[in-house]
Design a protein around this ligand. Structure first.
Ligand SMILES: NC(=O)c1ccc[n+]([C@@H]2O[C@H](COP(=O)([O-])OP(=O)(O)OC[C@H]3O[C@@H](n4cnc5c(N)ncnc54)[C@H](OP(=O)(O)O)[C@@H]3O)[C@@H](O)[C@H]2O)c1
Length: 285
């Protein structure tokens, strides 16, 4: 069963390829793709096929997907361009007769105010209309994103945000990649399913401050700001307005509980509890 992974030059896709190989999936059956394929040279040395695939170039996608039983479409990183890019990937998969497409989406993409969701929702709809066998992995918020918070806490003893008491059911990328590998290795039982993949527990920024205090061995506080104060603090720290608005928007979503839902789907796929955020933070410390 040949598997093609897009975004293998990025964090998640690389971890998926590594997880497939660790699980004993034959390297000869795995194709790793991305644009910057020089990053994949070590995988090529280990017998993985490496192909360049650009979401903006349908011919490259067709070539990359040719002969694939299963494709993992890791959502792209160019916000605002992704619906057309993902449409290209879905249509290319259809044109070359891919058997099953797995897509990494966002939490509750079809029914959320999460500012990142619309492109994922649109992609899910494109997939549903395509007639392809498919599985949606609605990946939870990455625990690894809080590596930056850890560095702020290490430097200053506090971090700021505007998420209030909102809970975050974050999941580690490593767990999400392993879950994707489980589905890719045997996609048929997951055909037509939408899996909400979250960590087993959700935490608040106040709780995160407590975890960081313990990990860093120093007092760490969370300073909760209004959205306007948060935006001003981010601009003062040198972020551009677009990124500041994005981060304030996400914190507003968190405050509203949009990332608070936990499910057991990730731990069920893994056959073990999910990795606690504290373990991910300790690894990053
Ligand atoms: N759940 C979360 O908390 C969270 C957070 C951030 C992002 N995400 C989403 O999850 C995805 C994977 O996360 P990640 O951490 O692995 O992100 P990442 O490290 O930034 O990787 C993104 C991947 O997308 C590929 N890509 C981007 N534009 C492309 C294009 N036009 N054509 C072909 N490939 C393209 C990149 O390939 P090249 O570098 O070779 O171009 C790279 O391999 C992200 O792209 C984003 O959609 C989720």
């Amino acid at each position: 069963m040949s598997v093609v992974v897009t975004g293998a030059t990025g964090h998640l896709g690389r971890l998926v390829v590594e997880s497939l190989l660790e699980r004993g999936y034959p390297a000869a059956e795995v194709t790793a793709t991305g644009r910057s394929i020089e990053k994949l040279a070590d995988l090529a040395e280990r017998g993985v096929t490496v192909r360049r695939a650009d979401f903006g170039d349908r011919a490259s996608l067709r070539e990359a997907f040719e002969g694939a039983d299963t494709v993992l479409l890791v959502s792209g990183s160019e916000l605002g361009k992704r619906v057309e890019q993902h449409r290209n990937a879905v249509e290319a998969a259809k044109e070359v007769g891919v058997g099953h497409l797995v897509y990494t989406s966002a939490p509750r993409a079809s029914d959320t105010t999460l500012i990142l969701a619309p492109e994922h929702k649109a992609t899910e709809e494109i997939l549903a209309a395509s007639g392809l066998n498919h599985t949606i992995l609605r990946n939870g918020w990455y625990s690894e994103l809080y590596g930056q918070t850890l560095e702020q806490a290490r430097a200053h003893g506090f971090f700021v945000g505007s998420a209030g008491q909102g809970r975050i059911a974050s999941a580690s990328r490593v767990d999400l990649a392993e879950a994707a590998a489980v589905v890719l290795a045997d996609p048929v039982p997951h055909d037509g399913t939408v899996l909400e993949l979250t960590g087993d527990t959700a935490w608040t920024n106040d709780e995160l401050a407590g975890y960081l205090s313990e990990i860093l061995g120093r007092e760490v506080a969370y300073r909760d700001l209004s959205s306007d104060e948060h935006r001003a603090a981010l601009l003062a720290a040198g972020l551009d307005a677009g990124l500041a608005d994005f981060l304030v928007g996400v914190d507003g979503n968190i405050r509203d509980g949009e990332l608070s839902h936990t499910t057991s789907s990730l731990s069920e796929l893994l056959g073990r509890p999910t990795t606690p955020v504290t373990e991910t933070l300790r690894r990053l410390a």
